[in-house]
Design a protein around this ligand. Structure first.
Ligand code: GDP
Ligand code: MG
Length: 163
């Protein structure tokens, strides 16, 4: 019974790209096509001799801000229920949105560890974007670039520290 680590966050922040990088292969479908539906996907990850089950939450590609919000609320609730550690991914390029704030508010109430991840920090010059995310009240953001595989080791260190 391995610990469960759930990846949550709004559409297009790079959850599936991160999942695929950590899985080491392309299991999760990166949804370039609007309307693509799929279930949560699980994969086993090993880091420093520690094993965990990673869950990519996703699902129906939402077509309105209302649907995005209700889907994110459900994602956050599910994650708080079943996960040992929650990875909350935000878009380090586009900054904070209303949906990010709302999910942060939900996640701040859980006793489970929440790791705030600013994805799409593709180069050192974009690092300054990360400071904005402190205001979500979820601690120090971990800067990563899933696309360029940057920061993933630091993220995994923090994940397994919480087991
Ligand atoms: P999801 O909806 O949260 O699962 O996001 P996806 O993984 O499907 O990615 C959404 C889009 O962001 C895709 O076009 C990805 O190629 C892009 N993306 C993901 N990670 C990064 C990153 O680290 N840097 C940049 N520049 N783009 C990224
Ligand atoms: Mg996805």
């Amino acid at each position: 019974n391995r610990p469960i680590v759930a990846v949550v966050g709004r559409p297009n922040v790079g959850k599936s790209t991160l999942f695929n990088k950590l899985a080491g292969k392309r299991i999760s479908i990166v949804e370039d096509t609007p309307g693509v539906t799929r279930d949560r996907i699980f994969t086993e990850v090993e880091w420093l001799d520690k094993y965990f089950t990673l869950v990519d939450t996703g699902g129906i590609e939402p077509d309105s801000e209302d649907i995005i919000l209700s889907q994110m609320r459900n994602q956050a609730m599910l994650a708080m229920d079943m996960a040992h550690v929650i990875i909350f991914v935000v878009d380090g390029k586009n900054g904070i949105t209303a949906a990010d704030r709302e999910v942060s508010q939900i996640l701040r109430k859980t006793k489970k560890p929440v790791i705030l991840v600013a994805n799409k920090i593709d180069s050192q010059s974009q690092y300054d974007n990360v400071y904005d995310f402190y205001e979500l009240g979820l601690g120090t953001p971990v800067a990563i670039s899933s696309a360029n595989s940057m920061g993933l080791g630091d993220l995994l260190d923090e994940v397994v520290e919480n087991f």
